[in-house]
Structure formats: C-alpha cells, structure tokens
Design a protein around this ligand. Structure first.
Ligand SMILES: Cc1cc2nc3c(=O)[nH]c(=O)nc-3n(C[C@H](O)[C@H](O)[C@H](O)COP(=O)(O)OP(=O)(O)OC[C@H]3O[C@@H](n4cnc5c(N)ncnc54)[C@H](O)[C@@H]3O)c2cc1C
Length: 327
C-alpha cells in the first residue's frame, strides 16, 4: 500500500534556479513518510518534479502530471482519486490553501472524511488513524481518531520539521497525462504574481510584507516591484486588508496564511502577535520600520530603522542595477 503526497513547488530562486519542492511540502512528506512505514511513499507533482530532492526525503515513486494548465483544484483532486484507487492507504498534502482545497474536493468526490492541519498521524491499523490536529488557527490541539479506508490529511504548515530520510530512496518517475473533464477545469488559477514562478503565498521562497506603514493601496507598487525582482510575492497585515488596500488572500497571520519563506521582508509592520503567528516559520526576517522598538524589529534577524518609502525604492534601484549588470 502506498501513501500519496501532493507536492507543491516554490517559485525558484532569484538567480533563475528551477522551482524546488516547497518547504511546506517537505514537512508534509516528512509526516507522510512516518505513515508509509514499509509501504511506498509517492509524490504527486503537477509540473516538473525535482526528483533528487524528493528521493532525499524517502520518496519511492514520483508521479509527474502534465497537461493541466495552472492550478485547477478539482482536476488535481481527480488525478489523486485515480492514483489512490490503485493502492492508496493515505493521501497527504500541506495545509496550505491549495492543499486544503484539493483534499476537500477529494473528500467530496470520494465521500471520505478529511482531517486538516494535522501535526501527528499514526496508522493504528484496520482503517483507524490516531491524529493530532490544530484548531482555532493553532491555538488548540485536538486529538482525534479518523476512521477511513483511505485517510485524507493535510499537515499544519509550521508544526512538523522537514527532515530528510536517513537513507535516500531510489525514486521511479511515472509520467501521467490525464484526460480531464471540462467541468473539473471550471475553477482554475490563470494568473500568478510576476516573477513568482507560480508560487503561492504559502510556498514562496521570498515574501515582501507590507503593513499600515505603506499608507495606501498605491503605496504597494514599489513592494510589488521588489517582490518581482526577488522572485517572491507580496504579503500583508490585517490592517491592510481591513483598509481594502489588498485582498484577504494576501494576509499573513493567525487569520490569514502561514508562511515559511527563506526570506520575509516586513515593511511598516509592527509585528503584533497575530501577525507573527503567521510568519514565525520564516528562516530569515528583515524588518524595515521607523520605530526601533516595534516587536517586528526586536524579533527580526536584521532590522533597518528607516522610512520604507525611502528604503524600498533604494532596494529596487539596487536590484534593477544588479539585474541589468547580469544581462
Ligand atoms: C482575533 C485577531 C486576529 C488577527 N489576525 C491577524 C492576522 O492574521 N494578521 C495580521 O497581520 N493581523 C491580525 N490581527 C491584527 C493585529 O492585532 C494587528 O492589529 C495588525 O497586525 C497590525 O497591522 P500593522 O502592523 O500593519 O499595523 P500597525 O500595528 O499600525 O503598525 C504599523 C507599523 O508601521 C510602522 N511605520 C509607519 N510608517 C512607516 C514608514 N513610513 N516606514 C516604516 N515603518 C513605518 C510603524 O512604526 C508601525 O510599527 C488580528 C487581531 C485579532 C484581534
């Protein structure tokens, strides 16, 4: 029996490296590997799979799915349904907006229960899985038993450390070109942020964050350009979405998206606890703020005391020059 893991890709690096496995998916694979025990561990990738990275995490089979343009949640779920019908005993995904949406579709299609944002899962046999999962945006941990012939689980994006396998697997690649019903493509993402290489807020390697200090909707133009130059996406605080400057889909935090980028550049964000709950998984935080005592400044790896309306354009000019010099 096989555990299938839906793998999301990040946007690649600023220097043009191909997209890699998103950090949140490495975390999901780590949990899935524990469930797979002696069975197979399969990664399902919509796009070009970074096979050696997946093998390092113990993936034995890689399903490279082509022919579905962009992110189409119901079509992705159909592919997972088809794969799991062969030999699946669990389907796992990262607890991102995409992972939760695709597995919710899979649950609706198959009639199987789905548990979101798990931090632990143990196969007790006979179709019973002991799980621990986050509720109330991670404020509460719930212990539950999921009874299902095939477990559908998403993994909390900030709770399981990404750990490579003790011994890398030798992964077999299977190319899959499904024929998809037009109705399953009715909802499809047709646009991605410039430069982000298709990465979502939850999977981007670089996030440029803007808060009340940005001052207006128009004030985000330099942050957009900075994000594009860094191969990242824009994230915002709740004040920004409440003001209507940016959509809620870009909100980082307890009631927004949890991010785990290599770099979070927080501009004009005070760092309230509810915001920090969403960005504490960032590997490096650089804060730009006029107030040196703002919580984001004291928690950041690097802090720039200054006006973001001067610092961000200066960064944009420096990066443009670097890009021009590189040809
Ligand atoms: C139940 C609940 C859930 C919540 N969920 C979330 C959530 O998911 N995400 C979230 O973000 N918030 C959330 N909040 C709101 C949160 O408490 C804060 O109010 C919010 O994060 C503050 O946003 P901010 O940092 O942009 O604004 P402020 O706290 O007003 O901070 C603005 C910062 O910008 C700086 N600044 C101003 N001008 C400049 C300039 N020109 N250059 C540089 N710096 C400048 C200031 O010094 C200040 O530090 C939640 C609150 C509650 C009660």
């Amino acid at each position: 029996m096989t555990v299938f893991c839906l793998v999301e890709l990040d946007g690649g690096t600023v220097d043009g490296d191909a997209a890699g496995v998103a950090d949140v998916s490495l975390r999901a694979i780590t949990l899935a590997r524990g469930l797979a025990a002696s069975g197979g561990l399969a990664a399902v990738v919509f796009g070009d799979p970074p096979v050696s990275d997946l093998a390092a995490y113990g993936v034995t089979d890689v399903y490279a799915v082509s022919g579905i343009d962009g992110y189409a949640p119901r079509a992705w779920a159909r592919v997972l349904q088809w794969l799991m019908s062969e030999a699946g005993h669990a389907v796992v995904a990262a607890g991102t907006e995409r992972g939760n949406e695709v597995l919710a579709h899979l649950g609706a299609i198959t009639g199987l229960p789905m548990a979101a944002n798990c931090t632990q899962a143990v196969d007790n046999g006979a179709g019973a899985y002991a799980i621990v999962r986050q509720r109330w945006a991670g404020l509460l941990l719930e212990e539950a038993v999921l009874e299902a012939p095939v477990a559908l689980l998403t993994v909390a994006t900030d709770a399981v450390a990404p750990v490579p396998a003790a011994v890398a697997a030798s992964a077999t690649v299977h190319h899959v070109a499904p024929s998809v019903d037009g109705g399953d493509l009715a909802v499809r993402a047709v646009e991605t942020p410039a430069g982000a290489g298709g990465a979502s807020l939850a999977t981007a390697r670089v996030v440029v964050g803007g808060g009340r200090g940005v001052g207006s909707a128009d004030g985000f133009a330099p942050l957009e350009e900075l994000a594009a130059l860094l191969g990242g996406v824009v994230g915002v605080s709740r004040v920004v979405t409440s003001e209507g400057w940016r959509p809620h889909t870009q909100q980082v935090g307890q009631t927004g998206t949890k991010i785990t980028p290599d770099l979070y550049l927080a501009c004009g964000i005070s760092g309230a606890i509810q915001h920090f709950a969403g960005c504490s998984g960032a590997k490096n935080i650089i804060a730009i703020n006029t107030d040196p005592a703002a919580p984001m400044m004291t928690r950041a790896d690097y802090a720039v005391i200054g006006n973001l309306h001067e610092v961000v354009p200066a960064l944009v000019i420096a990066l443009r020059e670097r890009a021009a010099a590189a040809g």
